[in-house]
Design a protein around this ligand. Structure first.
Ligand code: MLT
Length: 386
């Protein structure tokens, strides 16, 4: 069957490919350690699981959920934003539940991008931004994230003609895959630019709670003027270890949220109300487990950073996310280095080139593997000569 032209332009989904590779190695009896996808190994906190168990017994929750999320879930998101970021949100018009933030990230393009519109996409980046832009017929315009600019896009390098034609821009800080964080000045600059050129500003804040060394990530909505042009995508996957549950939200400018709602009400029927109930418990219940989790990730971060430095690989220690973005040693490409780790250590990392052309020369190591496996992976890597 011939696939649609827009699908032909899209590579297979990165992490699905990595899963296949891991399954293939395991089927050969190889003891693979995956430092690939960012899928927390730590369990969902028990209070959230308990809330789900209770909710699943409620018969009326077995029927269709509210398309845009229950008002109770949207109120919980709004309360969380007030408590965590001091941002006020109207739960009726400025908050929408998502079936995981990936779903909303993809659908926002369908709501606002016309075929031929430019969309400003960082590179390296979570692959979904570019893929969704192509699905919508948009033209992705690459904003390189370079180490010399602390992995922030340099807006002054974007041609004014492109800015005039751009419909939408994506940003993500704390950043996947580089682990970089953005300053307040950067967020202000992004908001001013988006307002000046009438660009919808989308911020992926999936990693806002995964922070270390006293760093606290802001919401883009906490900066003046943001609500005029911005929406933020949040996920319960990472802070509450709920990747399999598929629950997230979009918040911010009400017109943008309503546009996203038109796509969603037409293509999906919302998230299971019992899962939204568990999400409410996550957002409003005790938050101690986030600190406990970050303490674990911080130890793992230090272990990986120290091991790499010991073997002569220079690496920055990220203040946020559970990713280490590693420059590969001289003489290697992203994929040849990743291949070497698979062949000689049975350790899977993601080649930076999979996140875009500016990811070439790096690999991403995810810390979402139990301590003893991560230690084992580091021991195996230490034995390789590069
Ligand atoms: C990643 O590893 O980049 C993420 O876990 C993928 C995702 O959030 O879908």
């Amino acid at each position: 069957m011939e696939r649609a032209e827009r699908i032909k332009k899209i590579p297979p989904y990165l992490f699905a490919q990595i899963d296949k590779k891991i399954a293939e190695l395991k089927s050969k009896g190889i003891d693979v350690i995956s430092l690939g996808i960012g899928d927390p190994d730590l369990p969902t906190p028990p209070n959230i699981v308990e809330a789900m168990k209770k909710a699943v017994e409620v018969k009326e929750y077995h029927r269709y959920p509210d398309y845009e999320g229950s008002l109770e879930f949207r109120e919980a998101v709004s309360t969380y934003y007030k408590n965590r970021f001091n941002v006020s949100l109207d739960p009726r018009s400025e908050v929408m539940a998502l079936i995981g933030s990936k779903e909303g990230i993809a659908h926002i393009f369908l709501a606002f991008v016309n075929p031929g519109d430019y969309v400003l996409i960082p590179d390296p980046a979570y692959p979904v931004y570019k893929t969704a832009a192509i699905f919508a017929g948009g033209i992705p315009y690459t904003m390189p994230l370079l180490e010399e600019n602390n992995f922030l896009p340099d807006f002054s390098k974007i041609d004014e003609e492109i800015l005039k034609k751009a419909k939408l821009m994506f940003l993500c800080y704390p950043n996947n895959p580089t682990g970089a964080v953005a300053s307040e000045e950067f967020f202000m600059e992004a908001i001013e630019l988006a307002k000046k050129y009438d660009i919808i500003l989308c911020h992926d804040s999936a990693y806002a709670e995964i922070t270390y060394d006293g760093y606290k990530a802001p919401s883009i909505l906490s900066f003046p003027g943001a609500k005029d042009i911005a929406v933020e995508f949040g996920s319960l996957s990472k802070p509450y270890r709920m990747t399999g549950w598929r629950i997230g939200y979009a918040v911010g400018n009400s017109e943008i949220i309503q546009g996203l709602g038109i796509v969603k009400t037409n293509v999906d029927s919302g998230q299971f109300t019992a899962i939204q109930k568990a999400g409410i418990e996550a957002l409003l219940g005790p938050q101690d487990s986030i600190k406990e989790m970050n303490d674990i990730f911080k130890k793992r971060r230090d272990l990986v950073v120290n091991t790499l430095r010991e073997i002569g690989i220079d690496v920055k220690s990220p203040k946020a996310t559970f990713y280490i973005w590693v420059k590969v040693p001289e003489g290697y490409s992203s994929s040849s280095f990743a291949e070497k780790l698979i062949e000689q250590a049975a350790v899977v990392v993601t080649p930076g080139s999979a996140y875009g052309e500016y990811g070439e020369g790096y690999v991403r190591i995810s810390l979402t593997t139990p301590d003893h496996r991560l230690m084992e992976a580091m021991e195996r890597i230490k034995k390789i000569s590069f």
